[in-house]
Design a protein around this ligand. Structure first.
Ligand SMILES: Cc1cc2nc3c(=O)[nH]c(=O)nc-3n(C[C@H](O)[C@H](O)[C@H](O)COP(=O)(O)OP(=O)(O)OC[C@H]3O[C@@H](n4cnc5c(N)ncnc54)[C@H](O)[C@@H]3O)c2cc1C
Ligand code: FES
Length: 285
C-alpha cells in the first residue's frame, strides 16, 4: 500500500486550511436561497474555472461544498448562491454583511468550456443547478464570437423559485442566444411555459454532431435530458453533468465522496455523461 510522503502531507494541510473571507453583499434570490458576495481578508482573489466549488465554513457550525456562481472574469469578488436545506446551509443563508467565514479551494474539475469553443452549446439547468452554470454563461457571453449557437434551458419548481431573475430577463432579450424558461407549477403572474425542461428541448436548434451539452440539476432531470439529447444525435461523450455527493476533505484523501471509481471532489463534480451514465442508473442510498 502506497504511503503518504511528508511533502504530500504538507500540501494536504495547506489545501485544507480555510482562508478568511468577509460577506460584502447578501441578496435574497427566493424564499430559501441567497446569493452572497465575499471578499478575501488578505486581498488575494480566488481565481476559478466555471464549475469549480469551494468548501464554505461557517465557524462553529460546519463546512459544506458550494459551487462558485460568480463571473470568472471578475474573481476579486467570490460569489456563492446557496439554498437552505440543513444546518450549515441554513447558517450560510442567515449570514449578514460583515460576517466572517472560512473558504478553501477552489476544487474540482469544471465545465469543459474550452471544448465547446467553435461548437454549439446547450446549457440545461434545474433549480439550484443554474448556480454552477452561471459562470459558464457569463464566460461565453464575454467571448460570444467564439461559440456557435448558444441555448439555455432553465426549469424551476415555481415562478418564485427562479434564480437570477434579472439576468434571465437580460439573457432572454439577447438576439445571439436562445433562453427558454419553464416552471413545474404556475401562478397567476406567470405567463410563460409550464412543464419539465425536456418539453423545451425541441425549441432549441443545434447541430448534434457539433454540440457540447452541460447539464446540472436533480439527477433524474439530467438523465432524462441526456436521453433526449442522445435521441437527437448528441454523443454521450459530448454531454457533461455535475454530480453531487457529500464531502469532507475535498482533496481526494478521505473517500467520502466516492462514486464508483471516481472521487467527485477530485475527478468531478463535472464528469462526461458517457463516464457516469451506468452509475447514475443506480439511485443514491
Ligand atoms: C460539488 C458540490 C457543489 C454544490 N454546490 C451547491 C451550491 O452552489 N449551492 C447550494 O445551495 N448547494 C450546493 N451543494 C449542495 C450542498 O453542499 C448541500 O446542500 C449541503 O452540503 C447540505 O448541508 P447542510 O448541513 O445544510 O444540510 P444536511 O443536514 O447535511 O442535509 C440536508 C439534506 O440535504 C441532503 N444533502 C446534503 N448534502 C447533499 C449533497 N451534496 N447533494 C444532495 N443532497 C445533499 C441531505 O441528504 C439531507 O436530506 C453542492 C454540493 C456539491 C457536492
Ligand atoms: S471529499 Fe474526501 S475524497 Fe472527496
Amino acid at each position: 500500500m502506497a504511503s503518504i510522503a511528508y511533502s504530500d502531507r504538507a500540501d494536504a494541510t495547506e489545501a485544507t486550511l480555510p482562508r478568511a473571507f468577509r460577506v460584502t453583499s447578501h441578496r435574497a434570490e427566493t424564499r430559501d436561497t441567497v446569493t452572497l458576495e465575499l471578499e478575501p481578508e488578505d486581498g488575494t482573489p480566488l481565481t476559478f474555472l466555471p464549475g469549480q466549488f469551494t468548501m464554505f465554513y461557517v465557524f462553529g457550525v460546519g463546512e459544506v461544498p458550494i459551487s462558485i456562481s460568480g463571473d470568472p472574469h471578475h474573481p476579486a469578488t467570490l460569489v456563492h448562491t446557496v439554498r437552505s436545506v440543513g444546518a450549515v446551509t441554513e447558517a450560510i443563508v442567515g449570514l449578514s454583511v460583515g460576517d466572517g467565514v472560512g473558504i478553501r479551494g477552489p476544487y474540482g474539475v469544471g465545465w469543459p468550456v474550452a471544448e465547446a469553443e467553435g461548437k454549439d452549446l446547450v446549457v440545461v439547468a434545474g433549480g439550484i443547478g443554474l448556480a454552477p452554470l452561471r459562470p459558464v454563461v457569463l464566460d461565453v457571453l464575454a467571448r460570444r464570437d467564439r461559440f456557435g449557437v448558444v441555448s439555455i434551458i432553465y426549469g424551476a419548481r415555481s415562478p418564485g423559485d427562479l434564480l437570477f431573475e434579472h439576468e434571465l430577463h437580460l439573457w432572454r432579450s439577447r438576439f445571439d442566444m436562445e433562453t427558454e424558461v419553464t416552471v413545474d407549477r404556475s401562478d397567476e403572474n406567470w405567463f410563460g411555459d409550464v412543464g419539465v425542461v425536456t418539453g423545451l428541448l425541441p425549441r432549441v436548434s443545434f447541430d448534434p454532431a457539433n454540440t457540447v451539452a452541460m447539464l446540472c440539476g436533480p439527477e433524474i432531470m439530467m438523465k432524462v435530458v441526456a436521453n433526449e439529447m442522445a435521441l437527437r444525435g448528441v454523443g454521450a461523450e459530448n454531454m457533461h453533468v455535475s454530480v453531487e455527493r457529500n464531502m469532507k476533505c475535498a482533496i481526494g484523501f478521505c473517500g467520502h465522496c466516492q462514486f464508483g471509481r471516481d472521487f467527485i471532489c477530485r475527478d468531478g463534480p463535472v464528469l462526461p455523461y458517457a463516464r457516469v451514465a451506468e452509475r447514475l442508473r443506480v439511485s443514491q442510498l
